[in-house]
Write a protein that binds this ligand. Sequence first.
Ligand code: GUN
Length: 182
Amino acid sequence: MSRQPKTPKSALLPLSRLNSMPVAEALEHCGGFFEHSPWIVEDALQKRPFASVHEFHAACMRVVHNADVARQLELIRAHPDLVGRLAREGRLGLESTQEQASAGLSELTEEEIKAFETYNSAYHERFGFPFVICARRNRKEAILAALPQRLEQTKTEEIRTALAEIGDIALLRMADAVREDT
Ligand code: GUN
């Protein structure tokens, strides 16, 4: 699990700067925290100033939870499949590639790849959106064990679980990009 920031702490965006910069500039730094969904951070920025990274994250999660179900589904569907075609063809963005690799998903046996393909298509068929789990918080074994369990849930439960996982993905991305002023 890669919890270490990729950049030295001094190079991260200080929260005080984030609190005072124009929205467009803040989105250049933070627009990617939620996969292909900059509207979440953009809306949350209206609640500045934030006293901590967790406060910023909580404001974002309020936007997610207050969104209607159609928008929540749009957010979930913005995520690439784990071990999907894009991942196997090396066509994911840098962040997604690193997240999937940190779970060991870039080094799978043929059998494991087949298992992911089978689960992913069963999951899409049942729920109509991709399976989302925070890859940086789980190893491939845990992800493969979670899939059949998640397939047992109702669609409403799965939406709730997927949004919580998306919150975890965003928090780790935030911690890699923004630092609290000392
Ligand atoms: N799809 C399912 N889980 C993840 C994740 O952790 N990161 C990204 N980028 N996509 C995912």
